[in-house]
Ligand binder design. Structure first.
Ligand SMILES: [Zn+2]
Length: 112
């Protein structure tokens, strides 16, 4: 999460973590990133953050896959959820179709 939000700077990452129920001071975020992730976080948000193309509310971060697609992390996860659900639905429909065809063949065979 720190990596994903690195352009936000450690002040904002600290707030974000509080929002997720993890109380971390800005200093703790900065030290942790440097020691354990080898990241030198800026204090303030850097440039290059654009509004999310989906919600317009949160930022799209160019260092992330979500950001390169133009999405904020939340909208990207929602989009992935939709894609996953669509895949599941397509599989369900395909199986139903295959079963129906199989059934038809079985009926034809029995009628002969
Ligand atoms: Zn968004």
């Amino acid at each position: 999460m720190v990596r994903q939000h690195r352009e936000d700077g450690y002040l904002m990452i600290s707030e974000l973590m509080r929002g997720r129920g993890l109380d971390r001071s800005p200093e703790a975020v900065k030290v942790h990133a440097r020691k354990h992730m080898g990241l030198k976080l800026p204090k303030y948000p850097t440039g290059g953050l654009k509004p999310c193309i989906q919600c317009g509310r949160f930022a799209a971060r160019p260092s992330t896959q979500a950001g390169r697609a133009g999405f904020c992390p939340s909208c990207w996860d929602k989009r992935k959820t939709e894609a996953y659900a669509e895949g599941t639905e397509e599989l369900r429909a395909k199986r139903a179709y295959d079963n129906e065809r199989k059934l038809r063949k079985t009926i034809k065979r029995k009628l002969r």
